[in-house]
Design a protein around this ligand. Structure first.
Ligand code: NI
Length: 409
């Protein structure tokens, strides 16, 4: 088996190909559950490597196994493939040619990196002490792809799973990893407030849902500041409010949507009831009727401590210990957390920003987000190196059943 550094040297040799496939995907981004062409390109490349693929898995997902020793463990590597409904403003020569769609989260690069890792691992296939399962996933951005892939059985027989996300505010060449919770849970709330319409000049003849909704928005913040420990990060953001058409009419109803983030599965569990209480009781006080729909989308992403330690070792071997930082936690979400509810593994950050002043780069999901393509070979080398070294060492744990956050951090 290649030593750690050899993976990077071999990945560097694939650079041009990685850049070209990434740019091709970047020009023609496809939104969640619409990744037909992307999946076709992925399947074509994998078939070209002599792998047999399952396509149409959990949407347009593509899954292929690189089988070394068939009796060994199975380590999965995952990349997401979908783009965002954002109009690109980078002005790059290979900018999106699909109006209103953009690879603003770099999933084009994740796909290219996993294809690169597939190529590196296939060349070493005879030496692999187990199987590497490549998982190209649909619909990460709407938090549905991972669940659909799991339902379709991609984790069957899998012992561990690994994945990465590029980070433009970290310079290319650097990585960061963290044991335990890395990213927050993601839940959606939909609030409907019902009042009674009236002339804007005669409010006493109606029941104003906008004043009530305003009170609800402000009071929801007290759940964060007054009901949650200051040591437990929580975010409640109301992102849309819709009511009324005319400046002088009190409308009969107001609807709002929001996102709720937490970092501790216990804290998350408490929030839905608390939100319901605040919304309905405040509405009562304003003579309105209100209801809350609480949609649990993505769990807290909890890295297995041992898996995170092994990823750290693999990064040190492939890239050098000076390339590895400790990741700060974030309340951004990732549906990779769904896989980690079932099998241990680790998700980590790969720097994709400029060499200097990366902290000022446009962030993920920004219309001017750009990815430093120098990160592509390192991403491919790390994925390959992690999978190969994990197979070399044998499984981390005896198989275990895990609920949300049930894998010991
Ligand atoms: Ni993303």
């Amino acid at each position: 088996m290649s030593g750690g550094g050899a993976w990077l040297a071999r990945a560097e040799a694939l650079s041009e190909r990685l850049v070209s496939v990434r740019r091709r995907l970047h020009r023609f981004p496809e939104l969640s559950f619409e990744e037909r062409e992307t999946a076709r390109i992925v399947a074509e490349r994998l078939t070209g490597l002599g792998l047999s693929c399952r396509t149409g898995v959990g949407g347009h997902g593509v899954v292929a196994d690189i089988v070394g020793d068939p009796a060994g463990p199975v380590v999965a590597l995952r990349a997401d493939m979908d783009a965002l409904p954002i109009a690109e403003e980078t002005g790059l020569p290979f900018a999106s040619e699909r109006p209103g769609a953009m690879h603003a989260c770099g999933h084009d690069a994740h796909t290219a990196m996993l294809l690169g890792a597939a190529e590196l691992l296939t060349e070493e296939r005879a030496k692999l002490k187990g199987t590497v399962r490549l998982v190209f996933q649909s619909a990460e951005e709407i938090n549905e792809g991972a669940k659909a892939m799991i339902e379709a059985g991609v984790l069957d027989g899998v012992d561990e799973i690994y994945g990465l996300h590029n980070l433009p505010t970290l310079s290319a060449g650097l990585t960061s990893v963290r044991p335990g919770p890395l990213m927050g849970s993601v839940d959606r709330i939909e609030i409907a407030v019902e009042g009674k319409g009236a002339h804007g000049a005669i409010p006493d003849q109606g029941i104003d849902p906008i004043v009530c909704a305003s009170a609800i928005v402000l009071s929801l913040q007290s759940l964060v500041s007054r009901e949650t420990s200051p040591f437990d990060p929580v975010v409640v953001t109301i992102g849309s409010i819709r009511a009324g058409e005319a400046n002088n009419v009190i409308p009969s109803a107001c609807t709002m949507t929001g996102t709720v983030r937490a970092f501790d599965p216990e804290v998350r569990r408490e929030l839905s009831g608390r939100i319901e209480r605040v919304v309905t009781r405040i509405a009562e006080g304003y003579r309105c009727r209100a209801s809350v729909t609480y949609i649990r989308q993505t769990a807290v992403l909890v890295n297995d401590a041992e898996a995170a330690r092994r990823v750290g070792e693999a990064i040190d071997a492939v890239a050098g210990a000076d390339r590895r930082l400790t990741a700060a936690p974030t309340l951004a979400g990732e549906d990779f957390s769904e896989y980690l509810k079932h099998v241990p593994g680790c998700f980590f950050w790969l720097g994709s920003g400029p060499e200097r002043d990366a902290e000022h780069a446009f962030g993920l999901h920004h219309p001017r987000y750009e990815l430093n393509e120098a990160c592509l070979p390192l991403g491919a080398a790390l994925l390959a190196g992690i999978a190969a070294s994990r197979l070399e060492e044998g499984p981390l744990h005896e198989p275990q059943a895990a609920g949300e956050g049930g894998i010991s951090p």
